[in-house]
Design a protein around this ligand. Structure first.
Ligand code: ZN
Length: 91
């Protein structure tokens, strides 16, 4: 299926770094491979989020899972939610 969003632009903007936990995947292949970076909609599509550059962030696999389809309006808000959920699960 054809991806409608500016995929490459997002990778370049975040420089292969997770927008939520700052995991830097540009360092080595192993990190990049394990991170399984994905494009995340900060405001999920089911909550009306669009495929615009401003609404897209790069997220590693675990951050992507933790954030899920929680409705966020900014990267800062999403970072906070992911951070909190990871802390909860660490206990
Ligand atoms: Zn992450």
């Amino acid at each position: 299926m054809h991806e409608e969003y500016p995929y490459q632009e997002v990778y370049e903007r975040f420089r292969f770094k997770c927008a939520y936990c700052d995991l830097d995947c540009s360092l080595d292949f192993e990190t990049w491979f394990r991170a399984n970076l994905a494009i995340d909609h900060i405001k999920p599509r089911k909550h009306g989020g669009e495929n615009t550059t401003e609404n897209l962030a790069l997220a590693c696999h675990s951050c992507n899972l933790y954030k899920g389809s929680i409705d966020c309006n900014s990267i800062e808000e999403a970072r906070e939610i992911v951070r909190r959920k990871k802390a909860e699960w660490a206990h």
